[in-house]
Write a protein that binds this ligand. Sequence first.
Ligand code: BMA
Length: 368
Amino acid sequence: MFTSFSFFSHQLFAQPIDEKATIETKSLYTFLQQSLQKGILFGHQDDLAYGFNWQYKKGESDIKSVVGSYPAVYGFEISGIELDAENDIDGVPFVKNLKFIQQAYERGGIITISWHLHNPLTGKSAWEAAPGTVASILPGGNNNSLYNGWLDKVARYFNTLKGKGGEYIPIIFRPFHELNGNWFWWGRAHCSPDEMKQLYQYTVHYLMDVANVHHLLYAYNTDKFHGLEEYAERYPGNTFVDIVGFDIYQQNNKDDEFIKNCRTMLTDLDAFALENQKIPALTEFGYNTIPNEHWWTNTFLPAVKDARIAYVLAWRNAGVKHDGSKEYYVPFKGENSAPDFLQMAKSGLFLFQNQLNYSKVYQLFSHK
Ligand code: BMA
C-alpha cells in the first residue's frame, strides 16, 4: 500500500549518490528534501561579490538591500580554474569567492557552483563549439589526460572550501548546464546523447572515485525543454545525479508565455523528479533588467507558486557592462521592481537566509 505518505517518507530516506558523502553533505541533502514541504529557497548568483553598482563591499548584497536578508542559496562560478586563472570568468578572484563561500556556509547558506569550462579541444570559451570536442576528452580521446588535469584542478579548488572546523563545505555542483541548448560546446548539436551521458558519468566518477571529493551534490540541468523526452534524452542516470532542474529566461514582454512555459516545464520536472527520486529545482532564471516593475508578483510568482522545487537561482547582477549594456536579474535598492519583489518575498512562499541557520541545514545528523 504505497500511498503518497509512504512516498514522502521514502523521499526523506533517499541519500546522495555518493555513498561516502560527508555528514554535512548528507545533512544538506536531507534539508533540501525537507524544504520541499516548507517553501522555495531563494537564490542569487554572485550575490556577495558585487551588485548592480558596487563591488566587494563588506556585508553588501542586492537581495539584502531589498528584503533585509541575504538569499538562502548562493551561486558561484569556476570558469577559469581549469586554466589556472586567478579570477573567474566574471572577474571575481577565486580567493575572494572562497571567503564568500565560507561566510555563506557559516550562516547556513547553500552553495551552488556552475562551470562555464573552456573548450578543451581549442582552448577557446565555453561558447565556442568545435566538432569532436566531447569525444576528444572521453577515455581513449586525445585530450582525455588534459581533461583529467582540469578535473584535478576543480577537485583541488573544491578541497580548499572548508568551514571553521576544517570540514568540507557541501556544494551543489552543476556541470554541463543547459545541455540541450546549442550555445555551449557540450550542447545538443555538438555531441550525441550517448557522448553527453558518458561525459557526465565520467566527470562524476572522476571527482568522486579518482579525486576522492565527497562533498558534492550533482545537479543535472537542461535549458527550457519541450516534454519529458527531450528532458531525459541526455540524462546520465540515477546513480550520477542528486538534483534535477532546468534554466529559463524570459525575453521580450511575453509574460503570459513565460508563466505558461514555466508551469508546463515545472509539472514535467516534478513528474521526472518523483519517478527518479531526485530533488527538483529551478537552477537558473531571470528576466534581464526586469522591464516590468510588477514582474515578481504578476509573472514569476504565478509561474512557480504551485511547483514543488527546493530552490530557485536568479542570475547575476553584473550591472553596466563594458559595452554599455546592463545585466541584472534581481532588484537592488531603488530599482523599479524592488517594492514588488519585497511584496513577493512577504508572500511567504520563499525562504531567505534569515529563515535558515547552520544547524538546521548542516547538522541534521551528528558526528559519531
Ligand atoms: C552569462 C552572462 C555573462 C557571464 C556568464 C558566466 O549568462 O551573465 O555575462 O560571463 O553568464 O557567468
